[in-house]
Design a protein around this ligand. Structure first.
Ligand SMILES: [Zn+2]
Ligand SMILES: [Zn+2]
Length: 159
């Protein structure tokens, strides 16, 4: 795992390079991603930040802009949910892919050596220089399926 002081130095360096001011608000976005395990929408991060720092006003626009900057610079990663937007996690983690539940929104991380190798092979086959990949498995998690199976039985019993 990356340590926070490294990420913070990186953020300072990037902001300086872009001639943007280092602000507590911007730092809080990075910190929230670092401290909370998971994948968050900008709105969720906003809530987490305001809950933990009730005395600092952080505008949602700042959160969006900072996340975009962090992602451009590799300090954050995102998973795209089409028109529902993106969910962010801290960057520089060990590479992994995701299983996404469309019912409850749960995101499970996995790493599979064979999938990684196959993707490299596919890229080679098309003489394609791969710089990144995003592998998403979309579906319904075990808990949601069990809950829904339970609901069905209950409905039947009621009739
Ligand atoms: Zn689920
Ligand atoms: Zn992840």
């Amino acid at each position: 795992m990356v340590d926070y002081s490294f990420l913070l130095e990186e953020l300072k360096r990037i902001l300086k390079e872009k001639q943007l001011k280092f602000t507590r608000q911007r730092e809080l976005v990075l910190k929230a991603l670092f401290e909370n395990e998971g994948h968050f929408s900008p709105e969720e991060l906003h809530r987490l930040i305001q809950k933990k720092n009730p005395d600092t006003r952080v505008g949602i626009a700042t959160i969006y802009r900072t996340l975009t900057l962090l992602e451009e610079e590799g300090l954050a990663d995102s998973i795209s949910f089409g028109k529902e937007g993106k969910r962010y996690e801290i960057g520089l983690k060990k590479h992994h892919d995701h299983l996404i539940c469309t019912h409850c929104g749960k995101i499970i991380e996995f790493f599979d050596e064979t999938i990684e190798k196959r993707q490299e092979e596919v890229a080679r086959r098309f003489d394609f220089q791969m710089t990144d990949h995003a592998m998403k498995i979309i579906g319904i998690c075990k808990e949601c399926r069990e809950r829904e199976a339970g609901n069905q039985t209950n409905t039947q019993e009621n009739h």
